[in-house]
Design a protein around this ligand. Structure first.
Ligand code: JHZ
Ligand code: ZN
Length: 406
């Protein structure tokens, strides 16, 4: 029997996406025989509302010195994190003396750089040492370790308690959330604030963006599940702020219980979640059917394009695309290669499907007929940048929120 990672109630997978590799495990041909696979199967806990994976590979298999995702590859995300840092300054740090900010999973320093620029005390905790090195190179204080309650004690001993603990697209990656929540409670000052954001369950279900489900995302949060999971460790959800990033995210604001007032947004969001059916198995049965339909339509479309010998490439070798290619059965005969601007991914094969990843320059040099937009969450930025591709008659193949050619 499997039990909920938060409340220990029995849980069961409501569907399986099948055998999956590490989403960011881009590899060379000689590594294929040793490629690691696990079963990607999500479950929903009726007791505490947490959407979670039954199985997640060990953290060291995902986050290490060759981690392939560098946060600063998107211009829009750079602007987004500047605004996030400004909000923290305005809402939490402004009137405090010599405040201290800790970010969990600070990657290449995309957010912490703004605190550093203000001369504020800050610390990034980033186990993937290659991305952490980028941050360190620009003077951002970063340690490469996994955060838990023990590390929290060490940080407090060395720097004192934090005024703000932040994270973005990280909290939902940590299987041992109870230890992390406990660590954050110890790390935060009694009037401190925890703010984090992650892809939002309500958006994922509404858009059938099942590609948010992959090894790293052991949880897909909602206001209900976050409030329950952190409430067990003395942290209260005091506000929720919807974000458009990553196809629909939620920023959660938490504080030690009874230290701050609770916004009416919290109850309103939880009510919305009930209205959407996120608290019932039927809601997930419908999501499963939508995933299957999406897969069928996408493969019909790709098979049709292959039959007429259209030239199709992928745009953005995202982590999310690993779920899409492996669940749907997309092969290099459907998508010849994937364009990506990240040097560490270029010249490698995509995990599981083994589609070659090539530099973006190849895309510009020889436009395809169709580009499967794996990085659909960056559509606004990409469409703005790719006017010339569209002008030559190049088309986009979307699969979120539905399969369509535009
Ligand atoms: P993107 C990662 O997910 C992993 P991914 C992680 N688990 C997570 O939660 C989110 O980020 C936050 C490339 N690109 O942002 C860069 C172009 O080639 O959707 C990236 O490889 N041209 C931490 O990987 C990929 O696409 C462009 O113009 O799903 C985008 O990856 C742009 C904008 C991006 O995240
Ligand atoms: Zn539970």
């Amino acid at each position: 029997m499997t039990v909920c990672r938060i409340c220990n109630s029995p849980i069961e997978a409501f569907m399986s996406f099948g055998r999956m590799p590490i989403a960011n495990g881009f590899l060379t041909p000689d590594q294929i025989p040793n490629e690691y696979f696990f079963e990607l199967a999500p479950a929903y806990c009726e007791a505490c509302g947490m959407f979670q994976l039954i199985e997640q590979p060990a953290p060291e298999k995902m986050f290490h010195e060759n981690y392939a995702f560098y946060s600063s590859t998107s211009r829009y995300m750079q602007a987004h994190f500047e605004r996030f840092a400004d909000l923290v300054q305005e809402r939490v740090l402004k009137d405090r003396v010599d405040p201290f900010v800790v970010e969990l999973g600070s990657n290449d320093g995309i957010m912490l750089r703004h605190f550093k620029a203000r001369g504020q005390r800050h610390l990034g905790v980033e186990p993937a040492s290659n991305v952490a090195d980028v941050a360190r190179a620009s003077g951002i204080q970063t340690i490469s370790e996994f955060f838990d309650s023990k590390l929290a004690e060490r940080i407090v001993a060395q720097h004192g308690q934090a005024d703000a603990v932040l994270s973005a697209n990280v909290m939902c990656h940590i299987a041992n959330l109870p230890s992390v929540a406990e660590g954050i409670r110890r790390l935060l000052k009694p009037d401190g604030i925890l703010m984090f954001e992650d892809p939002y369950l309500g958006d994922m279900v509404a858009k059938t963006s099942y590609d948010q489900i992959y090894d790293e995302h052991v949880f897909i949060f909602s206001a209900t599940s976050v409030s329950n999971a952190f409430g067990r460790h003395g942290l209260e959800l005091i506000d929720v702020l919807p974000q458009i990033t990553h196809g629909g995210s939620m920023r959660y604001v938490l504080a030690p219980k009874r230290s701050h007032g609770v916004s009416e947004n919290v109850a309103a969001q939880k009510a919305k979640e009930r209205d959407q059916g996120l608290d019932r198995p039927e809601g997930y049965a419908k999501f499963k059917a939508n995933c299957e339909n999406s897969r069928t339509r996408l493969m019909e479309t790709l098979n049709g394009l292959r039959a007429k010998s259209a030239r199709v490439v992928g745009y953005g070798a995202t982590s999310k695309s690993t779920t899409v290619t492996n669940y749907c059965g997309i092969t290099p005969s459907h998508v010849a290669w994937i364009s990506d601007t990240t040097p560490i991914k270029q010249g490698k094969l995509s995990p599981g499907a083994h589609i070659p990843v090539r530099p973006y320059e190849n895309f510009v040099k020889d436009y395809p007929d169709y580009a499967l937009l794996f990085a659909w969450n960056h559509a606004a930025e990409i469409r703005e940048k790719e006017k010339a591709y569209e002008a030559t008659g190049g088309r986009w193949l979307y699969f979120v929120p539905q399969v369509e050619i535009v």
